[in-house]
Design a protein around this ligand. Structure first.
Ligand code: ZN
Length: 239
């Protein structure tokens, strides 16, 4: 029989390690489940206390540190500028949708043609970022609404999709955020949003499935009626 050489402290340490491992697994599963409790991106109250340029300076420093810890030679000409480039890209491009000051102006105007059937804007390209792994999510959005006296310029629908996408996201929440923003802008509940997306966290790591994509759809108002929903889906999938 193997003699157990572990004393009480060692055992305690091992137990803690087991517990830590279990906790970590729980967190990882939470990441995989893509679960979120509110349609608002979780932001702190002080989220905009720093200016954009202060944020870029701070993120650069920390990104420099990450690269340095990984052992990269930060004196290399090709790597030198990366921390600043990443920081600037985060604030002014891929996460610019966190800041309400960047929301597109959705000026609605009178629907003078009295067009009152559904309007479908399909294949809107969007690029987002998985908030669990910070790698890209990208795909197409298909948006429809039934005008309620007011209409917006078509490109505004694209802009709103892209604004909501430029945040750390989960696809389900992105879907809901787009629909909620459009409800406000268009002053109607009759809206449908369908997203088809590829998740790099699924394709390039984890299960490494490059062929799967994820579809979410949210319908509100008249789009919850079967016939209206069916008409929308016919437009989306009609080649
Ligand atoms: Zn992910």
């Amino acid at each position: 029989m193997v003699k157990n050489n572990l004393n009480k402290e060692d055992l305690e340490l091992l137990k803690n390690k087991e517990e830590a491992k279990r906790k970590l697994e729980e967190f990882e599963q939470m990441g995989e489940a893509h679960f979120s409790s509110s349609h608002n991106t979780p932001l702190r109250n002080d989220a905009f206390d720093l200016s954009d340029s202060e944020k870029i300076t701070e993120i650069s420093k920390h990104f420099y540190k990450i690269m340095e810890i990984m052992g990269l030679d930060m004196n290399d000409d090709s790597l030198k500028g990366t921390p600043h480039r990443v920081a600037k890209m985060y604030i002014t491009e891929i996460f610019s949708g966190l800041d309400p000051k960047n929301s597109p102006e959705m000026r609605a105007f009178e629907n003078k043609y009295h067009y009152n059937e559904m309007l479908v804007e399909k294949n809107i390209t969007f690029h987002s970022t998985c908030e669990h792994h910070f790698v890209p999510i990208y795909g197409s959005a298909h948006v429809a609404y039934i005008p309620n006296g007011k209409v917006v310029g078509l490109s505004k629908l694209n802009r709103m999709v892209q604004y909501c996408a430029k945040r750390p996201q989960v696809q389900e929440r992105l879907n809901v955020q787009i629909i909620e923003e459009l409800k406000k802008a268009l002053n109607t509940n009759d809206i449908a949003v369908l997203l088809e997306a590829d998740h790099m966290c699924v394709a390039s790591r984890g299960v490494q499935d490059v062929n799967s994509n994820t579809i979410t759809a949210q319908y509100s108002g008249k789009f919850q009626e079967e016939a209206t929903k069916a008409e929308f889906l016919k437009h989306v999938y009609h080649k």
